[in-house]
Design a protein around this ligand. Structure first.
Ligand SMILES: [Zn+2]
Length: 276
């Protein structure tokens, strides 16, 4: 299976303070992940247009969402951009299927007009939508995708299994998440990085003391703790805030520190592909 990190930034992208460790992906853009074999796109940030162009992804069959927050949804019009036929008198548009859980349906009705926008896209004929249970699952070829409702109930992770592989993807909002046994010892876990009040390598202060607690944000240490419980063969951290501003050598040091502590983890960057 080929999984690509289209964007690895966190909730507050920054125009001026963003960097990652990869020379060809110096900036982190909005969170999105694409599973090539299944043609499944997870989340559509405001950066999705350029991410898809960069990665030359032009044909997406399925769209799924982690939650309604703007960093994961503000590029929702991409379904029109991708699929609408602006050539023929009678449009021969492509159609992608968008799955939302019951929880997400009610959130999309409440925030940003997302539900109305999806209805418009349905009328255009560029998407179909299907509402599934909060712990629902779908089958795509030989893969099953199961929605995992998190402790932060607005948000979902995805458990993808085939006869030979088990993959857990949690794009964001992992705070207080307690993985059930089924989600442990997976082959791959993709998890949110969380945030640091001080740079984990240089110890330089990033945020005012007590800010993460005041905002109820997940700390990096908490994410690492959950990653240890999940105990995947390979762990990838994504959703990395621009304010972290970890440069190439700091990322290497951080990955080595995690390895020394027994966690084999990679800090993802835009364009990183996992082939399993
Ligand atoms: Zn987010």
């Amino acid at each position: 299976m080929k999984i690509e990190f289209l964007g690895t930034s966190g909730g507050v992208p920054s125009l001026y303070k963003t960097q990652s460790q990869h020379s060809e992906a110096l900036h982190r853009t909005g969170p999105a992940i694409y599973i090539h074999d299944l043609q499944v796109l997870i989340d559509t940030s405001e950066d999705i247009f350029y991410q898809l162009r960069r990665s030359q992804i032009y044909d997406i069959k399925y769209g799924i969402y982690s939650h309604w927050h703007p960093d994961h949804t503000m590029g929702i019009r991409i379904w029109e951009t991708l699929n609408y036929d602006f050539i023929n008198k009678v449009p021969q548009s492509k159609t992608s299927k968008i799955f939302l859980t019951e929880q997400q349906k009610s959130d999309f009705k409440k925030y940003f007009g997302h539900w109305e926008h999806l209805n418009y896209l349905c009328e255009l004929g560029v998407i179909e939508k299907e509402i599934i249970a909060n712990n629902g699952q779908i089958q795509i070829g030989e893969a099953t995708i199961e929605w995992i409702q998190l402790a932060e109930e607005i948000a979902f992770g995805f458990y993808i299994s085939t006869s030979t592989q088990r993959i857990l993807i949690i794009p964001d909002e992992i705070k207080d998440f307690k993985p059930i046994d089924k989600l442990k010892n997976v082959d791959i876990a993709i998890l949110p990085f969380g945030s640091n009040e001080v740079n984990p390598v240089t110890k330089e202060r990033i945020h005012e003391a007590g800010m993460l607690e005041a905002l109820n944000e997940t700390r990096f240490e908490e994410s690492v703790g959950i990653a240890r419980e999940i105990n995947a063969t390979h762990t990838y951290f994504t959703h990395i805030e621009a304010t972290e501003s970890l440069n190439k050598s700091q990322i290497r040091i951080l990955e080595q520190q995690l390895k020394d502590d027994g966690l084999s983890a990679v800090i993802a960057y835009d364009g990183l592909q996992i082939i399993t």
